[in-house]
Write a protein that binds this ligand. Structure first.
Ligand SMILES: *Cc1c(COP(=O)(O)O)cnc(C)c1O
Length: 232
């Protein structure tokens, strides 16, 4: 089941890439395994999926040791400062750095651990009140400091657009993230090559708008039940 879903999603990514003259290899699929147990992750891994996304540090820390060491993990949910050390222990990349203070703290802890992590900055492109993420103006204001951190490398942006009932409704937010990136690259001379955008409902649109990472959960693993997975 998961193998079939993976094959379908990968084919849809390739088709979307072809429609706009990109190669499928420019787009990395993140299998979002939050709430799902190690058996399902193992099934996806058996079908060739190596990169997984989780939104909670605790859940990933419980799951990862039960799975082969070749798996790689990205944090895609809000990170509290007191969990940075644990997060850097499991996640190859934090996609959800959402304030300058958090970036500073990640930089400090990375120094203590002897690490040089790459991170994405999460952007609240629509300016929704309830959401984590930099407002575009705040990001511009913080960019110089973010790029000057000695341990942390910022090489991309991530966004979660407002809920959309039609995939096409997300397009303008994906385009806005790409345009913001282009502007920052010009203003600050930082290439920011990676754009993490697109989920089960709209990843094809995100690929058309330049996504280099898409984060897909439900279309691979089915509907989520509950908010978290815990070892029994
Ligand atoms: C859960 C989640 C996803 C995956 O969502 P689906 O609609 O299940 O594909 C992607 N990105 C983030 C940040 C998430 O929290």
């Amino acid at each position: 089941m998961i193998a079939e879903n993976l094959a379908r999603v990968r084919a849809q990514i390739a088709e979307a890439a072809a429609r706009c003259g990109r190669c499928a290899e420019e787009v990395t699929l993140i299998a979002v395994s939050k709430t799902h147990g190690p058996e399902e992750v193992r099934e996806a891994f058996a079908a060739g999926q190596v990169l997984f996304g989780e939104n909670r540090v605790q859940e990933a820390r419980a799951k990862a040791p039960l799975l082969p060491g070749e798996l790689r993990w990205h944090l895609i949910g809000h990170l509290q400062s007191n969990k940075i050390r644990q997060a850097l222990g499991v996640f190859e990349r934090i996609q959800s750095v959402d304030t300058v203070e958090l970036a500073r703290d990640v930089n400090r802890v990375a120094g203590e651990l002897g690490l040089f992590p790459k991170v994405f900055l999460e952007v609240n492109v629509a300016g929704e009140g309830s959401k984590f993420g930099f407002r575009p103006e705040a990001l511009r204001a913080g960019m110089e400091e973010l790029l000057s951190l000695d341990r942390v490398t910022v090489d991309g942006l991530m966004t979660i657009p407002p809920y959309a009932s039609e995939p096409g409704d997300s397009r303008r937010y994906f385009a806005a993230l790409r345009e913001l990136r282009d502007g920052l690259a010009r203003e600050f001379g930082a290439p920011l090559p990676e754009l993490s955008m697109g989920m089960s409902g709209d990843f094809a649109v995100a690929v058309e708008e330049g996504a280099t990472f898409v984060r897909v959960g439900t279309a691979l693993f089915g509907e989520r039940v509950g908010k978290t997975w815990k070892p029994s």
